[in-house]
Design a protein around this ligand. Structure first.
Ligand SMILES: [Zn+2]
Length: 387
């Protein structure tokens, strides 16, 4: 599975925080977000229950200090106010792109002005690796689960259901286990951005570990929906390696803790589980610094991830590389907002000054972009063998 899906039904603190992005946000909610955002964004590691993998340690050792986090949060709050409450007119927004097109984005990247690219990815960057997107009609994944008599298909990723019946998840996990798939040209393009010194961070909804396989360093990654790379006992939190869990799964066993007999679960985020603390910490410092957002292979429907696109500065160009347009402003919302910035991508708006769509297959889009940037050879060199 390329995306885990920690969206509903219960709101995580992130979702509550991201409610800010909704059109009906009020000042009260704003105040609430400030509190929760500060807790979520500036805090150190969660005392327990959160992912305790090495990412968190790297996160704490990173160059983002608390002061910088606070600055980042204040900047994000300012971006929010400018976007939602129309503080600061559009004429105050610095013009970044000469033209609102892929060519304009290419020119901007090559200008040297663009230094902190944030990439956001969904299942679409992994489908060409052969990993089915379980949200796509026809992937047949849920249909295959019929024999397990799930109360509802998504129960396979529901933490409460999992505690009582983990078997269906492990059957599915065996079918889709990471390690049998290779990164796509799109993954290698993100690695190339890192090699060029332009990648501030890559936020992925995918749990397939292909970013790691493509050699994108762990400190550059935020695995918003967790990862298969590590696993923990859901009772005593003892950590287990991917290899050990994989062995158990391929023996058709439910991995069971050697200390307390609890179920050992890969650190992917299930429904009704919180997102990793690293996500909250870094989103507050990364997005205000972002000077180009590249959104890859996601329909921007799963919250709170989808709302991240509104956390960049109002001047920041946003490039969508996807099969179809996504993240568009709902017409009613646009009407209520007076058609200004904020609240999604303004791809079809006459007042669009920064949002560009490169529609089609993610791999094709990344190859095209690399070509236009004059980086095609560099990209091909990174990729292990064939195209
Ligand atoms: Zn245990």
């Amino acid at each position: 599975m390329a995306e885990s899906s920690p969206s509903k039904p219960d709101k995580t603190s992130a979702e509550k925080s991201e409610d800010l992005q909704d059109s009906e946000s009020t000042e009260g909610e704003l105040a609430k977000d400030k509190t929760e955002g500060a807790v979520g964004g500036v805090r150190k590691k969660e005392p327990s229950g959160g992912s305790k993998n090495d990412d968190d340690d790297e996160c704490d050792n990173n160059d983002e200090g608390d002061e910088e986090d606070k600055d980042g949060f204040m900047q994000m709050l300012q971006n929010f106010l400018m976007n939602k409450l129309h503080i600061g007119g559009k004429e105050d927004i610095p013009k970044v792109l000469d033209e609102v097109s892929v060519e304009g984005i290419v020119k901007y990247i090559l200008s040297g002005q663009c230094k902190n690219i944030v990439t956001m990815a969904g299942a679409g960057i992994s489908t060409s690796a052969g990993i089915p997107d379980f949200r796509s009609p026809g992937s047949g994944l849920y249909a295959n689960l019929e024999k397990y008599n799930l109360p509802f298909p998504e129960a396979v990723f529901d933490i409460e259901y999992f505690k009582s019946n983990p078997k269906p998840f492990y059957v599915l996990a065996k079918e889709l286990y990471p390690g049998t798939f290779n990164p796509t040209p799109c993954h290698w393009f993100i690695r190339l951005l890192h090699e060029k010194g332009l990648l501030l961070r890559h936020y992925t909804q995918n749990v397939d570990t292909l970013e790691h396989v493509a050699g994108i360093p762990a400190e550059k990654l935020v695995e918003a929906h967790g990862t298969f790379r590590t696993a923990h006992c859901i009772e005593c939190r003892k950590e287990y390696s991917q290899e050990w869990v994989k062995e158990e799964i391929f023996k058709d066993n439910v991995p069971t803790c050697l200390e307390c007999s609890g179920i050992v679960k890969p650190d992917i985020v299930f429904f009704r589980e919180s997102l990793p603390s690293r996500y909250f910490k870094l989103m507050h410092s990364d997005f205000p610094k972002c000077d180009l957002l590249i959104i890859l292979g996601t329909s921007l429907t799963v919250q709170p991830f989808a709302s991240l696109i509104d956390n960049v500065p109002s001047s920041c160009p946003r490039l969508l590389i996807n099969r179809e347009k996504a993240g568009k402003i709902d017409p009613m919302v646009a009407l209520l907002q007076g058609m200004s910035g904020g609240g999604g991508l303004a791809l079809d708006s006459s007042s669009n000054y920064r949002d560009v769509a490169l529609l089609g297959d993610c791999d094709d889009g990344c190859m095209k972009l690399a070509e236009q940037l004059g980086w095609k050879e560099d990209l091909l060199k990174l990729m292990p063998s064939k195209l």
